[in-house]
Design a protein around this ligand. Structure first.
Ligand code: SAM
Length: 248
C-alpha cells in the first residue's frame, strides 16, 4: 500500500512551508488539493510541478473510494488544503477515515494552523481550549451557538471572515459581555498581521472605527467564563438575547 500524507501548507507566509513538506510533495504520485489552481500557484513558487487532483467538500464522498483504491494499488498521495492544516475547517476527514478503515498508513506533515498560531500569541489561558471553527452564517443560529457557550470555562477559538467579523463580534459581546477578555488575530504571518487585545466591547469598537481592521482573515480567541461566573448573569444575558430576537 502507499501512504496518505496529510501536509500542512502556509497560512500566508510561504517561508512556513517546511523542508519535509516540500520533500513529501515532491515524492508522491499525486497531490489532492482543495483548489488545484491555488495549489499549483504555491507549488510553482517552489519550482515544483506535480499531478493535482481536486478534493473539496462537494466531491469528497465520491472521490474517497477512488483515492483509497489508488493508495491500495501502491501509489502514495498527499492531501493539502488552500492554507494551513487539512481537516481543520477544511476538507479531508472523509478521505482520512476511509483510508484508515482500509488499513492505509496516514501520516502527518505538521505545520501552520491559524488557530494554534493565534493561541500562541494571544496571551490568554492556553492549557485548555475549545476550537469552534466558523460560527453559523445565519444570525439566529449564530446567537444560539454563542449563548450555549456563555458559561464555557475553557478558552474559545473561532474562525471568521472579513464580511462577518463585525456582526460576529456584536453577537459575541452580547453573549459573553463587553468586558470578556479576547484577542483578534488578523492576517497572521502576512504583511498586515495585527493582534488586538481587550474586552470584546473594545475590540468591536476598534473594528467599527477602522475599516482596515475588518479586512483579511481572522481568528477570534475569547477567554473562558470564570469558574465562579455568576450563573444568574449568564442566564440573564441568555434571556435578554432570546427576547431581543422577538423584539427585532
Ligand atoms: N485549515 C486552516 C488552518 O489550519 O488554519 C483553516 C482553513 S479555514 C477555511 C480559513 C479560516 O482560517 C479563515 O477564515 C480564518 O478564520 C483562518 N485563517 C487562515 N489563515 C489565517 C491568517 N493568516 N490569519 C488569521 N486567520 C487565518
Amino acid at each position: 500500500y502507499g501512504t496518505l500524507h496529510i501536509v500542512a501548507t502556509p497560512i500566508g507566509n510561504l517561508g512556513d512551508l517546511s523542508p519535509r513538506a516540500l520533500d513529501t510533495l515532491k515524492s508522491v504520485a499525486a497531490i489532492c488539493a482543495e483548489d488545484t489552481r491555488h495549489t499549483r500557484q504555491m507549488l510553482s513558487h517552489f519550482g515544483l510541478e506535480r499531478p493535482l487532483l481536486a478534493l473539496h467538500q462537494h466531491n469528497e464522498d465520491g472521490q474517497a473510494a477512488q483515492l483509497v483504491a489508488r493508495l491500495q494499488s501502491g501509489d502514495s498521495l498527499a492531501l493539502v488544503s488552500d492554507a494551513g492544516t487539512p481537516l481543520v475547517s477544511d476538507p479531508g476527514f472523509r478521505l482520512v477515515r476511509a483510508a484508515r478503515a482500509a488499513g492505509i498508513k496516514v501520516s502527518p506533515v505538521p505545520g501552520a494552523c491559524a488557530a494554534v498560531a493565534a493561541l500562541s500569541v494571544a496571551g490568554l489561558p492556553s492549557d485548555r481550549f475549545v476550537f469552534e471553527g466558523f460560527l453559523p452564517a445565519k444570525g439566529s443560529a449564530r446567537r444560539e451557538r454563542l449563548h450555549k457557550l456563555a458559561a464555557e470555562s475553557r478558552t474559545l477559538m473561532f474562525y471568521e471572515s472579513a464580511h462577518r467579523i463585525e456582526e460576529s463580534l456584536v453577537d459575541m459581546a452580547a453573549a459573553f459581555g463587553n468586558d470578556r477578555p479576547a484577542v483578534l488575530a488578523r492576517e497572521l504571518t502576512k504583511l498586515f498581521e495585527t493582534v488586538l487585545d481587550g474586552g470584546l466591547g473594545d475590540l468591536l469598537a476598534k473594528v467599527q472605527a477602522d475599516p482596515n481592521q475588518r479586512r483579511g482573515e481572522f481568528v477570534v480567541i475569547v477567554e473562558g467564563a470564570g469558574e465562579d461566573a455568576d450563573a444568574a448573569i449568564v442566564e440573564g444575558r441568555r434571556l435578554y438575547a432570546k427576547l431581543s430576537e422577538y423584539l427585532k
